[in-house]
Ligand binder design. Structure first.
Ligand SMILES: *Cc1c(COP(=O)(O)O)cnc(C)c1O
Length: 414
């Protein structure tokens, strides 16, 4: 259980026993735990011995008093898969995919929603509302249903149909907005003020990041398992498809917490922000040497999770990129769809466009020499291709007439 909420900019402490949104300085609040007390008691061996089959295995550093209070659908503990060295993947000696499409509602948004809705439920919230680019909406609807809460979502009207349908099917009130996620955010805020709903916007409440940080914890255990050692390990490079940046900031927080627990040393992976060319506020700010980002004009990309023109955690991400000796780069929509195809055809992985984007970015960074072939590189596939069926094509289907026995003459041996 967390013991305080600290402003990510000023360090000012806020009451952790009442509902909180942004800090008084208008910045994200971060949950703090008594890690000094846990050090030596909460060890990797203790975690490994636990029976929870979800991210709540790490409940001591999550916002619950006891693990059975969690609103859980089995989120987390996703596989870390080794890529085969074939075709376009040949030159990577240690390329891994943390496949977050295994989560409930098929994206890593489940982790954040499980944590946030758990805490909101504990503090008596009856209705949650949020703006979403797609996957957060579906996850929020599912966890709100599980918690017996009402849920209102504000999505751009061109959000993937699968996300709109799963939200509606889960009982959420769906508001289709003729604008971007930032426009959705403004309407959501106004509606929360009017109706007293709790705003679940990412990083505008303190706990979605707590759920997403478990990706960082798991990674250290996954890598140790893969290398058959009990010592927790981190990769050399992590590529992250960045919208609001919650997962990136969360993982970095997890690494700091693991160090404070005495689980890992000071070495950190180089963190890489990958954005779409049509919506790249963090990449632009990083290249400009800025400490915060400005609103990206006319934001557009088919990778809906990356369509975030302004992020409230921008300054934290930029700080992490510099401290980790990381970098930031863009890929085009055509490239990221090519990435989806390559991952599917060579690795058998059906990734979200956001996952396609990081694979393309990894290739580019290897070609430029920024990534060496022997380095351990982790790609976060944040969602499932099935949510983006409207973007996929089927050009190689053959029509067969079962009433004509000769129809298979059209086929050739592959
Ligand atoms: C939300 C989302 C992202 C971006 O995640 P952040 O942590 O907000 O940057 C990336 N990919 C997918 C599939 C998403 O749904």
């Amino acid at each position: 259980m967390h013991t305080s909420l600290e402003c990510s900019l000023t360090g000012e402490i806020h009451d952790h026993l009442t509902l909180q949104g942004l800090s008084r300085a208008g910045k994200p609040l971060l949950a703090r735990y008594d890690l000094g007390h846990l050090k030596g008691r909460l060890t990797p061996a203790v975690i490994r011995a636990r029976s929870e089959r979800s991210m709540w295995r790490f409940h001591d550093v999550l916002p619950v008093d006891a693990p059975d209070q969690a609103i859980s659908l089995g989120e987390g503990l996703t596989p870390l898969l080794t890529c085969c060295r074939r075709g376009v993947f040949r030159e990577f000696e240690n390329l891994l995919v943390k496949d977050e499409s295994f989560n409930p509602t098929q994206s890593f948004k489940a982790r954040g929603m499980s944590a946030a809705i758990t805490r909101a439920a504990a503090l008596g919230v009856k209705t949650v509302a949020l703006p979403s680019a797609g996957n957060a909406a579906g996850a929020a609807a599912a966890y709100a249903a599980r918690a017996g809460m009402k849920c209102v979502i504000f999505v751009p009207e061109d959000t993937p149909p699968a996300n709109i349908l799963e939200s509606a099917c889960g009982g959420a009130q769906v508001c289709l907005v003729n604008g971007l996620i930032s426009d959705c955010g403004r309407l959501c805020r106004a509606a929360c003020d009017r109706f007293g709903w709790f705003d679940l916007s990412t990083l505008k409440e303190p706990f979605r990041i707590e759920g997403k940080k478990t990706m960082g914890y798991e990674l250290a255990f996954d890598l140790a398992d893969l290398r058959k050692t009990s010592e927790l390990q981190l990769p050399d490079v992590i590529l992250y498809p960045t919208g609001g940046g919650t997962g990136l900031i969360g993982m970095w927080k997890a690494f700091d917490e693991m160090e404070a627990l005495g689980w890992i040393g000071t070495k950190r992976p180089r963190m890489v922000v990958v954005q779409a060319e049509g919506c790249a506020p963090i990449v632009k700010a990083f290249r400009d040497g800025a400490t915060s980002a400005s609103m990206f004009p006319n934001a557009y990309t088919i990778a809906s999770g990356l369509r975030v023109p302004a992020a409230v955690g921008d300054f934290i991400m930029l700080d992490i990129l510099r401290r980790s000796h990381g970098t930031a780069l863009t890929v085009t929509d055509a490239e990221l769809m090519q990435g989806v195809e390559e991952l599917a055809r060579v690795q058998g992985l059906h990734c979200a466009p956001e996952g396609g984007a990081i694979w393309i970015a990894a290739k580019q960074l290897k070609d430029s020499g920024w990534i060496a072939p022997h380095e351990t590189v982790v790609l976060f596939n944040t969602g499932a291709a099935v949510k983006y069926n409207h973007l996929l094509k089927c050009e190689n289907a053959v029509r067969l007439d079962h009433t004509n026995p000769q129809c298979i003459d059209q086929l050739t041996d592959l």
